[in-house]
Write a new protein. Structure first.
Length: 234
């Protein structure tokens, strides 16, 4: 085999390996840029995204029973109880068995991770890769002050936009984005969600992206793509 043939051969096996990555989990602190990178990952790897936060906000906007229940917790900057969120995600996973999936904002506790693992195992599946966006605390605080969300489609923007760039709806400041609520969510993230990363690190599934300087979201996306590729080359 000549050098070029070897190259093409290892490239195609790399692509094959990348295609076996079907169940992604994206973990990051509030305002870490998870929403933006979720769009990038789902477009790049052909994944169907589920943001539990966006789904809960849409339920609140629709005034559903689930929304009314979730609102009590979200307005108090608390996690919605595990059993409520586990139920929503299990139903969604059952409906999306055959496609690639991206879970954004779930699992958020080790108990949720254990439920997710058990549910996927029961379907003959499993989490394939966990992308961990590890953004410096001071960047997160500065971003939070400019963040807005679209209650209709779940889009989040970072420059105080009035109109949703995705669906044209009116953007709002999230009720849980005031400094006190944000500080509480940040603390919960550190104590309850960071252990989820360790849970999957022990399984050898974590790709970690450290962000220590403010920059373009596209640069973070490029680093994620390179890290996913590196993970497949291992
Ligand atoms: P952020 O990442 O900024 O906290 P999200 O949109 O992911 O925003 O979530 C907003 C809120 O929705 C959370 O603070 C929490 O109250 C609720 N929520 C979302 N996902 C979960 C989950 N997996 N478990 C419990 N609560 C959740």
């Amino acid at each position: 085999m000549d050098a070029q043939a070897v190259d093409e051969c290892s490239l195609s096996s790399l692509h094959k390996k990348m295609k076996t990555l079907k169940r992604f989990v994206l973990v990051g602190a509030p305002a870490s840029g998870k929403g933006t990178q979720s769009s990038f990952l789902s477009e790049t790897y052909g994944l169907k995204p589920l943001s539990t936060g966006a789904l809960l906000r849409a339920e609140i906007a629709a005034g559903s029973e689930l929304g009314l229940e979730a609102k009590k917790y979200m307005d108090a900057a608390m996690f919605v109880p595990d059993e409520v969120v586990n139920g929503i995600v299990a139903k969604w996973l059952g409906e999306n068995k055959d496609c690639g999936c991206l879970l954004d904002g779930y699992p958020r506790t080790v108990a949720q991770a254990e439920t997710l693992d058990a549910n996927l195992t029961a379907m003959g599946l499993g989490v394939d890769i966990v992308v961990y966006l590890n953004v410096a605390a001071e960047l997160i605080e500065a971003r939070m002050l400019k963040r807005k969300a679209c209650p209709a489609c779940g889009e989040t923007t970072r420059n105080g936009e009035e109109i949703c760039p995705k669906c044209g709806g009116a953007m709002i400041v999230r009720t849980d984005d005031n400094p006190e609520a944000f500080a509480k969510r940040r603390k919960d993230y550190e104590t309850l969600t960071v252990p989820v990363v360790e849970h999957y690190r022990a399984q050898g599934k974590v790709v970690q992206i450290d962000v220590v300087e403010e920059g373009e979201p596209e640069d973070v996306s490029a680093r994620i793509a390179a890290a996913v590729r590196g993970y497949c080359e291992k």
